[in-house]
Ligand binder design. Structure first.
Ligand code: TRP
Length: 457
């Protein structure tokens, strides 16, 4: 049972300065490489429209209730995800073992950030290519060459990966408030602006009709257990769910802010950017005889073609890749913050020490991803290269499992008075809808998708 002192638990890292900052921070976490780099290529590899439909359903009926659950757990716990689950587990359900959920999430975060940083490095490299005029007059062969030059070079990837991790660590070391809030306010709208310019390009220059068809017209014969699992994994990944970073950000949310409304806003923005990215990429893919199944290189093969074509391409190309790099940073910090906060809270070390230690471990792990594209590209098992396996394990398995456990805890094990007091601004009906989705729909959805996928694991 909750008591007065629990209600007054405070975050030792401070709080967001306003509701808007919280929305920006979570949107910053949600919008990133997942929307612009991963969504198009995963959708492409899984057949397009049918995948997108399943993805949208997953966002609404699984993603939404889990996001609400994670924020409310964080705000109630006011600690890193592991400690919050331990405290709440004890108070609400008499068992500290719930902290395991936090561990699974943090482990997934390690895996994800290790490759996320490498891909973010690719965008920074493309930024440097663009500012130095590297995208002038490219054809399909040349973009392929540019991309394979990058992935075959361990050094180039290592340089940019290191650079990206260093920036992420510095931001985390300085605490979230200084700088980041302001940066996100300018960068997110700017990114949206460039996406719209690119959309105009692909409407006018690309094979827009074919792109739209591919992305939005479901061909149900393409739905397989594998693609459904991938769609669910993508829904978790893009909304930053399951890892505990939403729990962590929720821990810094002032008490009087509406969890349901903020969640809806965040989900809307995130989905909008992903769909927009798809609408930009696929028309260019079809117009240039590239394959939608081209994999992780997809945006690096398509967008340079667009930029080499349009007036001001050098400017827009540079802006695009640098903004994508920033979008990746606002996501990367949310991947790092929970483990850093955990170390500060439980191991009694300073923020900067903790950021450096954890950042270094993840940085090292990143080399396995770099090598997956060259020296170790032949070293494949289970789902492919090491990179493929990290991504598959984290996105399609770990995130859904811990997300599921977060939501089961919040809806089944927390007392009604505790969860209701976190969601006190909404009407009883909205509360009941959340509870039904969180208790029944999301868990059954996740479990069915898992069972369905069992023979492809
Ligand atoms: N959602 C981010 C993106 O789409 C990535 C991300 C940030 C993430 N935090 C996460 C993914 C936590 C999974 C879990 O790029």
């Amino acid at each position: 049972m909750s008591n007065i002192s629990n209600n007054e638990r405070e975050s030792i890292h401070g709080l967001w300065s306003s509701r808007l900052t919280f929305i920006l921070a979570v949107t910053g976490s949600a919008i990133g490489l997942g929307n612009i780099w991963k969504f198009p290529y995963v959708a492409g590899a899984n057949g397009g429209g049918a995948f997108v439909l399943v993805y949208l359903i997953c966002i609404l009926v699984i993603g939404f209730p889990i996001m609400v659950s994670e924020i409310l757990l964080g705000r109630k716990g006011r600690r890193n995800p592991i400690t919050s689950m331990q405290l709440l587990g004890k108070e609400e359900a008499g068992s500290q073992s719930w902290k395991i959920v936090g561990f699974i999430g943090l482990f997934a975060g390690f895996l994800i950030l290790s490759y996320y940083s490498v891909i973010a490095g690719w965008t920074l490299h493309y930024f440097t290519l663009s500012v130095t005029g590297g995208f002038g007059e490219l054809d399909t062969n040349q973009v392929n060459l540019l991309f394979s030059e990058l992935t075959s070079s361990i050094l180039t990837q290592a340089i940019f990966h290191t650079f990206f991790m260093v920036i992420t660590v510095i931001i985390i070391a300085r605490g979230i408030k200084n700088g980041l809030e302001k940066a996100v306010k300018i960068m997110m709208p700017a990114l949206l602006f460039i996406m719209v310019i690119l959309l105009i390009y692909s409407i006018t220059q690309g094979d827009f009709a074919k792109g739209v068809d591919f992305l939005l017209k479901p061909d149900f014969s393409k739905i397989t257990a594998e693609s459904i699992l991938a769609a669910m994994g993508q829904a978790f990944f893009t909304l930053s769910l399951g890892m505990g970073c939403i729990v962590m950000y929720g821990a810094y949310l002032p008490k009087n802010e509406s969890i349901v409304k903020t969640s809806l806003t965040i989900i809307f923005c995130d989905t909008l950017i992903a769909l927009l990215a798809g609408l930009v990429i696929f028309p260019i893919v079809f117009d240039n005889n590239l394959a939608p199944t081209d994999g992780p290189g997809l945006i690096f093969l398509t967008l340079p073609l667009a930029f080499s074509d349009i007036t001001g391409g050098m400017l827009f190309g540079s802006l695009f890749f640098i903004l994508l790099g920033f979008a990746a940073i606002t996501s990367a910090i949310s991947l790092l913050e929970p483990s850093v906060a955990w170390m500060i809270e439980t191991q009694n070390v300073q923020r900067s020490t903790s950021a450096i230690i954890i950042g270094s471990v993840i940085w090292l792990l990143g080399f396995l991803t770099i090598l997956s594209f060259n020296d170790l590209s032949e070293f494949t098992f289970w789902k492919g290269t090491l990179f493929d396996n990290f991504d598959y394990l984290a996105s399609n398995i770990l995130l859904p499992i811990s997300g599921l456990l977060f939501t089961i805890f919040a809806s089944w094990f927390m007392t009604r008075s505790s969860s209701r007091s976190e969601l006190s601004d909404v009407s009883p009906i909205v509360y009941a809808i959340w509870k039904f989705l969180a208790r029944v729909v999301a868990p059954i959805g996740v479990i069915i998708i898992f069972l369905n996928a069992i023979n492809i694991f």
